[in-house]
Design a protein around this ligand. Sequence first.
Ligand code: SAM
Length: 240
Amino acid sequence: MTSRNKPVEDNGFQRPQINRTRDLRIPNYYTEAIDGEFRDYAFNEERAPLNKGHWRSEIFKVKEDVAMDLEIGTGNGTHFQHQAVQNPTRCIVGLELKYKPLIQSIRGCLRKSATNARICRYHAMNLDLLFEPGELNNVYIHFPDPWVSPRKPKNRFVNERVLNLLWDLQRPGSFLDFKTDSREYFLWSMEQIRQSKYEIVFETMNLHQSEVASDNFMTQFEKIFTKQGIEINFVRLRKK
Ligand SMILES: C[S@@+](CC[C@H](N)C(=O)[O-])C[C@H]1O[C@@H](n2cnc3c(N)ncnc32)[C@H](O)[C@@H]1O
């Protein structure tokens, strides 16, 4: 980690920092496309937080009662695009750190004429710098990095702090979906979830053999893990 992306102390929370796109020494098509070809649909780490509190009115140009969902770690965007295309009356924001999947995610939406999607290069742990309380509807967390090393559970995204944060950011009646291939991460997160304010609507340690299997959309990583014979853990939570 370089000095410019060392964590920054913020009210006792060590905020993870990411490098700035404009400081990259060797730009490429994907790094340049954020502020270039896809500027109206993609936001780098400097522009993204300027949208806080204004996503509906200024970015999507929709009424305040229109639903706006969030997908964290879109990867190449198969689920992100599916959501945008299948739900043209909702909006969706994606977060992704890596440039190529970020551009693939938003480019795929636009190629399918889904203009109800936006994507940000932003660290998911800093969500509260992107959204105001009550600004979000449904949230999707599909196969986040599991951080299975015993010294690293603080890096796991589905933790007590993030659950409290998401609860504040979501509107009542919204759901939060979490899928992971890691049984260890799932069991650890379920302990955090049971202490949280969320209602558990459905939980399974074998999604594809469960009663919700027919409604499930398989993400890119889900297909990879399933081919390897790994059972998928899934929980749906609801903010009452
Ligand atoms: C294992 S992949 C899963 C991708 C996709 N959700 C799927 O199911 O196919 C995890 C993705 O999360 C992204 N990611 C990891 N840490 C992140 C963070 N702190 N903020 C935003 N995205 C992150 C990675 O770049 C990667 O594309």
